[in-house]
Design a protein around this ligand. Structure first.
Ligand code: G6P
Ligand code: MN
Length: 456
């Protein structure tokens, strides 16, 4: 089985590699009946930057040295087509424009007094406008060279990127095998279950939304919804991340647990004030931190590269969403949230379910196909999906509350305007994407942001 990782020199690639190593990898069968184990898995890392590939390659080498069992073969390349040929799975985790681009996506809106963030608000739209043409071009190459491959998209903004890539396949009459993933819903579900003292494996999660815009509405154990019990218990509620971010009172008023990214909506003033008063934006912090990692990591010294990577990874986790935590009283992340094992585990579980036919339920980004009443069939939504050898099938969610559906519809219109803008080079569509965003409060602001960002 061949796995191509686009953005193979990216900082989170060792997490995926670690998950593959940890995978039991016993005899298994894929849909075509071919048996394979993890040591027969080949990992092809593709990146536009050789230095990054070498640094991450060294981290992987150390992980393999430390690992007792079989390990997948690893190859690196800077040629996209070469990476795609023969791939069974394509992981796309690219950052178009690098972290310098992320800094601009934050600073340009902040200069206009509105939130600048990687995936939410004007910053998310700007990031999407830059990323979509590249993501679409990748989808075209996959359609041409590996039309049977499954594309697992981590690239942010994951909702709109997944929808735009999937369209490429459908327009060619090919099955849409693009699945978007994010670790924030599974993190929320896990934390909520633990707060109730429930094993997450034993619980059913009624989660609905778009990427970075969703709600956990019920948490079912043995046929009983335990969310009301959690909502009634202030101490349990405020013992974990989302409870602390949003506060027990607001969660009770809402009657659901929102994804952490909804903090930027429900507490916009506070989040914005906190972001503006910070010395550096998240992008600026990471640009500095990550450039130093790639400079320091020695390709010829795997142990050193791995040590540096682990230190930097930990620091990155510890500082995640610092401004939002500051805005909600200032608190530190729980130790169990710092270990990683979020998105890489979702990716691995997804790959196992598809390649080995191990049925499971995962919260994924796929076209809703009627699962969410009020959204059209092709709209990519983030909902629990039944995954098996034939792919990810969204489970019906039942009616969505008016406030939630309203936000989802608005953001879907924003995403689609961005997709149209990127496809046609249309300034009008780009302006619509920015100005319709609920966190951009005026059309002239949207116009100035568009001008300052350039490209349209
Ligand atoms: C979470 C989100 C990802 C996002 C990441 C940002 O994992 O689900 O979509 O990319 O956080 O983390 P960062 O360290 O880059 O701020
Ligand atoms: Mn995410």
């Amino acid at each position: 089985m061949r796995l191509a990782v686009l953005g193979g020199g990216g900082f989170r690639v060792p997490l995926v590699h670690r998950a593959l190593l940890d995978d039991a990898g016993g005899p298994s069968s894929s849909p075509d009946g071919v048996h394979h184990t993890v040591h027969r898995t080949e990992l092809v890392l593709y990146d536009t930057d050789r230095t990054r590939l070498d640094a991450i390659g060294a981290v992987l080498a150390h992980q393999r040295e430390q690992h007792a069992g079989p390990a997948p073969e690893v190859r690196t390349t800077t040629d996209l087509d070469e990476a795609l040929r023969g791939a069974d799975f394509v992981f796309s985790a690219i950052r178009v424009g690098g972290l310098a681009g992320r800094v601009r996506d934050e600073r340009v809106p902040l200069a206009e007094g509105v939130l600048g963030q990687e995936t939410v608000g004007a910053g998310g739209v700007l990031y999407g406008l830059r990323t979509l043409p590249v993501a679409v071009r990748i989808a075209e190459r996959v359609a041409a060279l590996a039309p049977d491959a499954w594309v697992i998209n981590f690239t942010n903004p994951a909702g709109m990127v997944t929808e735009a890539m999937g369209r490429v396949f459908r327009e060619r009459g090919l099955p849409d095998r693009v699945i978007g993933i994010c670790d924030s819903p599974v993190g929320l579900c896990r934390r909520a279950a633990h707060a109730l003292g429930v094993d997450p494996e034993r619980a059913g999660f009624d989660y609905v939304g778009l990427n970075h815009l969703g709600w956990l509405r019920r948490l079912v154990v043995d046929g009983v919804d335990r969310l009301p019990e959690l909502l009634a218990d202030t101490a349990a509620l405020e013992s974990f991340e989302e409870g602390r971010l949003f506060g027990a009172d607001w969660l009770r008023a809402l009657g659901a647990l929102p994804n952490e990214y909804l903090h930027y909506y429900y507490f916009n003033r506070e989040a914005l004030a906190s972001v503006r008063s910070a010395a550096a934006t998240r992008g600026e912090f990471l640009l500095d931190q990550q450039s130093r990692f790639y400079e320091r990591a020695r390709p010829d010294d795997p142990a050193q590269a791995h040590r540096e990577w682990e230190r930097v990874r930990r620091e990155r986790e510890e500082t995640y969403m610092a401004e939002s935590r500051e805005a909600s009283g200032g608190w530190e992340r729980a130790g169990c949230d710092l270990e990683g094992g979020g998105y890489d585990r979702v990716a691995l579980a997804l790959m196992r379910a598809i390649s080995r036919g191990e049925r499971t339920t995962l919260i994924l980004n796929v076209p809703g196909r009627g699962a969410v009443p009020g959204l059209d069939d092709d709209a990519v939504v983030e909902v629990p999906c039944l995954v098996d050898a034939t792919g990810a099938h969204p489970l019906a969610t039942g009616p969505v509350a008016a406030d939630q559906l309203g936000l989802m519809l608005t953001l879907k219109a924003v995403e689609r305007s961005a997709i149209e803008a990127a496809r046609d080079g249309s300034r009008r569509a780009a302006l619509r994407a920015l100005a319709l965003h609920p966190l951009v409060d005026s059309v002239p602001v949207a116009e100035r942001i568009l001008d300052a960002a350039g490209g349209f």
